[in-house]
Design a protein around this ligand. Sequence first.
Ligand code: SAM
Length: 247
Amino acid sequence: TSFGFTTVGEGQKQALVDDVFHKVAARYDVMNDLMSAGMHRVWKDAMVSLLAPPKSGGRPWTLLDVAGGTGDISTRVVRRSGETVNAVVCDINESMLAVGRDRAEKAGLSDLITFSQGNAEELPFPDKHFDAYTIAFGIRNVPDIPKALREAHRVLKRGGRFLCLEFSEVDVPLLDKVYDAFSFNVIPPIGRMVTGDGEPYRYLVESIRKFPHQERFAEMIREAGFERVTYRNYSGGIAALHAGWKL
Ligand code: SAM
């Protein structure tokens, strides 16, 4: 069985995505480690260091972390930048945000990270408001990606930075075969073992397959108005980091 996203409309897709993350919220962080063999930490740290957040004492700046879920990216940024940064985690799913809020509170970071419910396609923030926009493993879940990219551009100040980390297309011969086998045969069963349901993870694997190639996605970011758009592959393209500027 599969969700068969080729036949569902955009509204239905969002409903299915919401259901997936509602189901996995409590185990989300553990699952990330298991399924990426800890690699998501390396990729996320690379993303955060590219953002090069100024150390304490620098000019204050604001980050909007969209599809921020449990606040993983924001926590890393705040740990690096200390009190110079104010991060807003925006996610459509209250279950994910609730886990994040809890975690930030326990880590004593609630003053620096706020959690706000909202849709990447219609961000509840004014124009030209943030210095940086991040989205990690989130954009492929959004039904209308061009719309989300235009929203990213709208809420950034001039000179603002756009960074997107996402599963991408493996471009190393053989690794692509191994990766395919791993994702279809290993990930859903692990998902079933840990969360009691393999179906959400089957969806995740399928959504990765349907996401546009690195070059095409870079083009989409340009079409939304960003400039100096670049990308780099991590782990042979299992993940890719796209970057751009609002100039
Ligand atoms: N960025 C976090 C990380 O890297 O750990 C969470 C990534 S998680 C794989 C994807 C997140 O996207 C989920 O929390 C989900 O609720 C959120 N999401 C899905 N559709 C969304 C939308 N339209 N707007 C905002 N967030 C959305």
